[in-house]
Design a protein around this ligand. Structure first.
Ligand code: HEM
Length: 571
């Protein structure tokens, strides 16, 4: 756009009589170049500096200020005090914070009553952070289809999850969601439950192996749970037996999701400037290859399942407790018969193989249980009460456990697995009395609402499962809990994720006692054990995010930087 305006202005200027006379001596080419560069620089100066500071209708909103030509590379992050850098806005500051949403939490605490907080991103682009229940409702419900996913987000996340439902808009999105209602419904989840229950048994085997004959041992739970959730998702979503391809999946997903620092930097740059195909670096090549292999594996599985279903083989094999892919393909087949076209592509289905969020939630649940033993004891008493009374619990039995339900919701509230969902205004809008111009970026940060003291009280960041029994006023609003978002774009996998997390916790809490978290500095040598690093046990009071352990940043989820080492014993 700016380029086009500069070219148009240059064309006009070069043909003005006054200009033609004064620059007669210079060659035509250098005249065009000079005018073009001057126009382009002036337009950029206006866009980057003058517009956000003096002309934008959003300039009066609360948020960090704009400072001209002040680089803050050496400043310590102090959140709310930090100015916008004129070139990179707040982007560098975000990466240098000790929490992936630390800066945004500071701003929310500084301006708790503002519906929106404004900050500047790269090259003076304005972005609004949603900070009130009413503003969330307007964006997620009332104007849901007036906000679209911004291109940088589809490049950042879409290259991992696929570009299916998550990036569908308007009527297309409504249509796809209608079709998914059956596969993700409660009756479908009830049928999938036995598959979950079977797959979590392998989780305890990993704990058994780590323990051996010792009285207690430690296990790195993030990798262990991620592997288990991958097994579980392979069985429940794709209908693939354990141990057949799930380890290759795990390996490929890890290479795609957990790249090294250079890989992460490339992904971040690629989100804004599409450089993926141009950079001849090893980290980039590995990412592209892993991604390609992963998609090919999924394509093969989906293709084979389609053929099996058409031949009537698969349903007979799996009986009643079928996987989600089968449900989706059956629904798809019905639609194809009625409308003559496939409602979903392979890319759409790929996005449903998401295992990281559930594994991440159970990791944080174990963190809490290890550091708050009274919560662990209470949860175990409830779970054992159920198992003693009924053996293999049903869907209703599991969802009928009030403390487990509160515990899981509180884990998702304090350690929300999704940290951000961005949007972009597709037209000019007025929300909460604020005029939002078309194209404005809107950031929904789930932790902001979850840790908002005006909504959840002064102890908003404390882990307290019983708060769910005392909901009143603002915290009783559906928009006070955003782990799965709300409205028409809410996560369709919510029931799936909730029951999966509960089944994993029932298995673990029933069989193992969690003694504490080992914090491992990894830099010194312990003279008694000869092991590198001192191990310090975290036992209580570490629930405030970022205090007990160092969080990874940049990260798309809350993740302890050096893994999570849980010490446990057999019950
Ligand atoms: C704890 C686990 C999970 C959490 C916290 C979670 C959270 C979310 C959130 C916040 C969104 C909205 C993203 C956005 O619009 O930017 C979303 C969308 C989605 N989730 Fe989940 N999710 C979880 C598990 C799952 C599972 C297990 C599945 C599938 C089996 C799933 C499938 C989807 C799909 C297909 C969408 C796109 C929905 C749409 O745009 O209409 N999720 N999820």
């Amino acid at each position: 756009m700016d380029l086009a305006v500069s070219v148009a202005l240059t064309a006009i200027e070069c043909h003005l009589p006054l200009v033609s006379l004064t620059v007669e001596e210079t060659s035509y080419l250098s005249r065009i170049t000079s005018f073009f560069l001057l126009n382009y620089s002036l337009i950029k100066f206006y866009r980057i500096y003058l517009y956000p500071r003096f002309f934008s209708p959003l300039r009066h909103l609360p948020g960090p200020q704009v400072s001209l030509l002040r680089y803050q590379l050496d400043c310590r992050i102090t959140g709310a005090q930090q100015d916008n850098n004129v070139i990179v806005g707040q982007e560098l500051n975000k990466f240098r914070a000790d929490n992936p949403v630390g800066l945004q939490l500071d701003w929310s605490r500084k301006w708790p009553d503002a519906p929106f907080i404004r900050y500047l991103s790269i090259a003076g682009r304005e972005a609004l952070i949603v900070n009130s229940l009413a503003a969330h409702k307007a964006i997620l419900q009332t104007h849901v289809y007036d906000f679209v996913k911004p291109p940088f987000f589809s490049r950042l996340v879409g290259e991992i999850t696929g570009v299916g439902l998550l990036f569908a808009e308007g009527e297309d999105h409504k249509q796809q969601r209608k079709l998914l209602a059956g596969p993700f419904s409660v009756p479908s989840m009830k049928k999938i439950l036995p598959v979950f229950q079977r797959s979590v048994e392998s989780l305890s085997k990993d704990f058994e192996m780590a323990l051996g004959n010792k009285p207690y041992a430690s296990i790195e739970v993030i990798d262990t749970l991620s592997k288990s959730a991958m097994d579980s998702i392979c069985l429940t979503v794709l209908g693939i037996e354990l141990g057949t391809v799930s380890s290759s999946f795990q390996d490929l997903y890890t290479r795609v999701l957990h790249q090294g620092p250079l890989g992460q930097l490339l992904s971040a740059i690629n989100a804004f400037i599409p450089i993926r195909r141009l950079v001849p670096l090893e980290a980039n090549r590995k990412f592209i290859e892993a991604n390609k292999d992963l998609r090919q594996m999924l394509r093969d599985i989906i293709g084979k399942r389609k053929t099996d279903l058409r031949n009537g083989n698969f349903k007979r094999e799996m009986g009643e407790s079928r996987d989600l892919l089968t449900y989706i393909l059956e629904e798809s087949e019905l639609q194809r018969e009625q409308t003559g076209r496939d409602p979903w592509s392979v890319e759409d289905i790929i996005g449903h193989v998401c295992h990281e969020s559930t594994a991440n939630s159970v990791s944080w649940a174990l963190y809490v249980l290890s550091t708050k033993h009274e919560i662990q004891d209470r949860l175990r008493a409830e779970i054992r009460g159920l198992l003693e009374s009924c053996g293999e619990p049903t869907y209703e039995d599991i969802n009928g456990l009030p403390y487990l339900h509160n515990f899981v919701r509180e884990t998702l509230r304090v350690y929300s697995p999704s940290l951000m969902s961005p949007r972009q205004a597709s037209k000019d809008l007025i929300i909460e009395g604020i005029r939002i111009p078309k194209g404005t970026q809107i950031d929904i940060h789930m932790p902001l609402i979850h840790h908002h003291e005006g909504i959840w009280g002064p102890d908003a960041s404390l882990f307290d499962p019983e708060r769910w029994d005392r909901l009143d006023g603002d915290n009783a609003s559906p928009y006070a809990f955003q782990a799965f978002l709300q409205g028409p774009r809410m996560c369709p996998g919510k029931n799936f994720a909730m029951i999966e997390i509960k089944v994993m916790l029932i298995e673990l809490v029933n069989k193992w006692r969690f003694l504490g978290i080992e914090r491992w500095d990894g830099t010194t040598v312990n003279h008694r054990s000869g092991e590198r690093g001192e191990r310090e046990m975290l036992l209580n009071g570490e629930e405030a995010v970022g205090r007990g352990i160092k969080l990874a940043n940049p990260a798309l989820t809350y993740r302890p930087a050096g893994g999570l080492l849980v010490r446990f014993e057999r019950l």
